[in-house]
Design a protein around this ligand. Structure first.
Ligand SMILES: Cc1cc2nc3c(=O)[nH]c(=O)nc-3n(C[C@H](O)[C@H](O)[C@H](O)COP(=O)(O)OP(=O)(O)OC[C@H]3O[C@@H](n4cnc5c(N)ncnc54)[C@H](O)[C@@H]3O)c2cc1C
Length: 390
């Protein structure tokens, strides 16, 4: 089997890359560990920056996002019983859209299928070969048969647990990591929205985020011990915790409803450099992870794909390799910017058990600053909407 670009992973990065290449007449094949139903129903990200919306619209998969997604022009910061608004559009001229990642995936899979794109779901034993030669290949098993896909380039879009990153020799790689001593307890709730905009709350009991999915389904998170168990949290205990952390002194309360999903995720910051070696390139979570506080993970994956698409188009249309050669350096500029912002926001909003009372009190000083100084609020808003120069 042969194609021009072999892509491992049908997450947002792999599917969007495959479709953008197709629109420029470049063939690709996508190999995915899981089934179509599974990838289309895994609940993850939901905040899309303007650049991500533009990329999806450019790829012709933005229609449902535009009609069903909710445009947000700001968000609220809650602390000390107060709620203060960060006016994203007023400060930056840009907004964000709340549209669930699994809906983005449904749109991308549908577009690939409609274009006769080749996606192998439920593959196993994926391995990468010959990346230092001009004829790399990917071996995999599909429906009990072994295959070898020959290609010009292999793109590892296989997330944090994939095989691609390890195919770059350890001697050439440098990994940077910070594991946080807390996680997020996430719930999906049948209820009307608590607020028109997202609420990020800092409380002595820990962080909480009230986010929305639609007029009838809401997504909420609160800081927890990453080793805690979902079974330890009854619905009553969850609501008590959310009320304590988010309800304001002015009487705004979290709206309760039927909880139909609960999960716990760990939090870490991670960047692996280099993102390329020979004919192998990494994109998205395969190369970097951010804590979800700044809502950057999916957006960074889309950014990598945009950089990589331009580089591959330059190669196929003009035989240029300069953009491919510069890929890792170009992508990493934005990755470190977003990594710093996500880390900063995480440290400002969470209960830091490893911090002194002095440092914990500084969180309040910082929140006062970003919610009263236009310059500080603008810096936060620019980072949040992704309107930063890199
Ligand atoms: C709870 C939570 C909330 C989040 N919230 C946000 C948010 O609000 N905003 C935001 O921007 N980001 C958010 N993120 C992060 C975002 O979901 C990820 O950054 C995004 O999914 C990265 O896309 P990707 O395509 O790089 O990787 P993935 O989505 O992880 O896709 C990788 C794919 O590769 C497949 N794969 C793995 N190994 C192999 C293999 N060996 N062979 C073949 N296929 C393989 C996997 O099955 C998977 O489908 C959140 C994440 C979590 C967990």
């Amino acid at each position: 089997m042969r194609t021009q670009v072999g892509i491992i992973g049908a997450g947002p990065a792999g599917l969007l890359l495959s479709h953008l290449l197709h629109l420029r007449g470049i063939d690709s094949v996508v190999l995915e560990l899981r089934g179509r139903e599974q990838i289309e129903s895994t609940i993850r990200a939901g905040v899309l920056e303007q650049g991500t919306m533009d990329a999806l619209a450019e790829a012709g998969v933005g229609d449902r996002m535009k009609t069903e997604g909710a445009l947000h022009h700001g968000f609220e910061l809650a602390f000390e019983g107060k709620r203060r608004r960060i006016d994203l559009t007023g400060l930056t001229g840009k907004s964000i859209t709340v549209y669930a990642q699994h809906e983005v995936l449904k749109d991308l899979v549908a577009a690939r299928v409609a274009a006769d794109g080749k996606i192998f779901f439920n593959v196993s034993n994926t391995s990468i070969h010959g990346i230092e030669s001009d004829t790399p290949s990917i071996r995999f098993t599909h429906e009990d048969e072994e295959h070898e896909l020959y290609c010009d380039y292999v793109i590892g879009c296989d997330g944090s647990q994939g095989v691609s990153r390890a195919s770059i020799p350890a001697a050439l790689r440098r990994d940077y990591e910070r594991v946080f001593p807390f996680g997020w307890f996430g719930i999906l709730v049948e209820a009307p929205p608590t607020s028109d905009e997202l609420i990020y709350a800092r409380h002595d009991r820990g962080f909480a985020l009230v986010s929305t999915r639609s007029q009838t389904v809401q997504r909420m998170y609160f800081q927890c011990d990453p080793k805690d168990r979902v079974e330890n949290w009854t619905d009553d205990r969850i609501w008590a915790e959310l009320h304590a952390r988010v309800d304001s002194l002015e009487g705004h309360e979290v709206v309760e409803g039927r909880i139909f999903q609960k999960n716990i995720v760990g939090m870490r910051s991670f960047v692996s450099t280099t993102m390329q070696h020979g004919r192998l390139f990494l994109a998205g979570d395969a190369a970097h992870i951010v804590p979800p506080t700044g809502a950057k993970g999916l957006n960074l994956a889309v950014w990598d794909v945009r950089v990589l698409t331009a580089a591959l188009v330059a190669f196929y249309e003009e035989s240029r390799t300069d953009l491919l050669d510069a890929y890792s350096e170009t992508a990493l500029r934005r990755i470190w910017r977003a990594g710093q912002f996500s880390y900063w926001m995480t440290r400002m909003m969470h209960r830091l058990d490893d911090a002194s009372p002095f440092e914990q009190r500084l969180q309040i000083a910082e929140l006062e600053h970003v919610t009263t100084s236009r310059a500080a609020a603008t810096a936060m808003a620019e980072n949040y909407v992704g309107a930063v120069a890199v």
